[in-house]
Design a protein around this ligand. Sequence first.
Ligand code: GLN
Length: 290
Amino acid sequence: MVKTQWDSKQLIIEAINLFKKANIPKPRLNAELIMVYCMNKERIDLYVDYKKKLTRIEANYFRALIQRRLKKEPVQYIIGRTEFMSLPFYVNKHVLIPRPETEVLVEQVMNHVLENKKRNYRILDIGTGSGNIIVSLAKYAPKCLYMGIDISNAALKVAKKNAKLNKIKDDIKFLNADGFECFSRRRHFDVIVSNPPYIKSSDLNGLQDEIKMHEPCIALEAGEEGLDKIRYLIDNSYKFMRKNALLTIEFAYGQCKSIKSYAIKKGKYKHIRIVKDLSGIDRIIMMNRK
Ligand code: GLN
C-alpha cells in the first residue's frame, strides 16, 4: 500500500513559506498553480478537496517544481501553460511568455479585419514565437489567410502546438525564416503584424531574473537602442504589402518618438498613428502602405 503522508494543503503552505522567504511575488497563486498541475486538475478542484492526500511520488514532484520556481523560473514554463486573449497557450523556454500588452496589438488588428469585412485577408505575423498573435487572430478574426514566421524552429513547434490546442480550423502556415528573406517581391499582404524584440542590449542585465535568466534572449534583445528589428520592419514591410495594407508593430516605453519619425521619414507609409496600452503607455504603431 502507498503511504500517504502529505496533503495538498500542507504542501501548499510549505511552498508559500519558501516563496515568501525568497521574495517570489504572488506566493499562493504560484504554489496553487503548481499543485493543480501536479495533480492534473483544475484550480477549482483544489478548493473542493483542499486536503487531498498525495502519494510520496506526487509530493516529491511538487517539491521539485517548487525548487524550479525558487530558481526564478517563470511558473508558466514550469506548468507549460499561460493565457492570452482568454485562450490557452502552451509555452516553453524557446518562446517568450505572451504579455497582456500584446492583447492590444491583437485587438487593433482584429478590429481592422472585422471592420473591413474582407475575407481571405492575408495576414502575416513576423517573429511569431508561441503563435499567440496569429492563433488569436485566426480564432477571433476567422476566414483569413494566416502566416507566422520565426527564425527559431523550436518556437515554431510551439506555435503549431498552440494552433492545434486552440482547434484552429483555418490553416495557419508556419515558416522557418529570418524576416522577409523567404519572400519574393510578389507577396502582397493585407496586414503585417509583429511584436519584435525591442530591449536595448544594455538594459538586458537590469531585467528581472525570471526574464533574463529564463526567457529567450533572441526574442528580447534588439541592439544598442532596441530599435534594430523595428527599423528592419519599417524598412522592408512595404515591399510585401498591397496598397493601403496595414502594418502594426509593438514597441517599448520611450521608443515612440524615434519610431514615429523613422516611419514618416521612410516615405512609404500614411496614417501613421500610435495606440496606448491599458496602462496608458504608448505601445503600438500603426500605419498604412501608401
Ligand atoms: N509574438 C510573440 C509574442 O508576442 C513573440 C514575440 C517575440 O518573440 N518577440 O509574445
